[in-house]
Design a protein. Sequence first.
Length: 209
Amino acid sequence: MAGAQEYVPAGTGLPELRRAVQDCQGCGLYRNATQAVFGEGRESARVMVIGEQPGEKEDRQGRPFVGPAGRMLDRALVDVGIDRTEVYVTNATKHFKFSRERGKRRIHQKPSRTEVRACRPWLEAELRVVRPDLVICLGATAAQGLLRPSFRITQERGAVLELPEHDARVVATIHPSAILRAEDRETMYQGFVADLRVAAGVLRSLQAG
Ligand code: SF4
């Protein structure tokens, strides 16, 4: 797996990157997906939210976080007072990975560590252009891909960490899709909001400083 590096144009802004990602063949995931789904938000956004991969709806619409998990994220951001216009949303991998149930319904499959690594140059390009003060990782795939493979969401969620190479703080939490799958959604949601409240506090103190 060659990785995305050769497909990432150097020194360009988000519109050029968004166009170029459609030609990426850095791993095998481009073959079955409808299209690549690049990040969305302003270049001046102070917060970058990183999820796992585009889902079924995102794959069809070509936009990240437009499905039920995205709506839950939006609700939680409102609850903790993070302005959605200050947030750039993206994923660790840009193509939807799935299997087919009896040849029909597409079932989400977690991207492998190798696929996340292959896609990292796109994420690096987004981090270079947006230069967020704060990164919020949603779920283990995003946190392990960005920070380290040994990262454990259960143990390290809600902690304020550093991303020195991008001069940013990082807070990791669960992916909102885990809340949608949970039996006790309300408890899971409250935990998610508690982690995001830490992130909102970091943002406020950075803005005040
Ligand atoms: S998932 Fe990433 S590396 Fe793989 S083909 Fe898509 S954009 Fe390229």
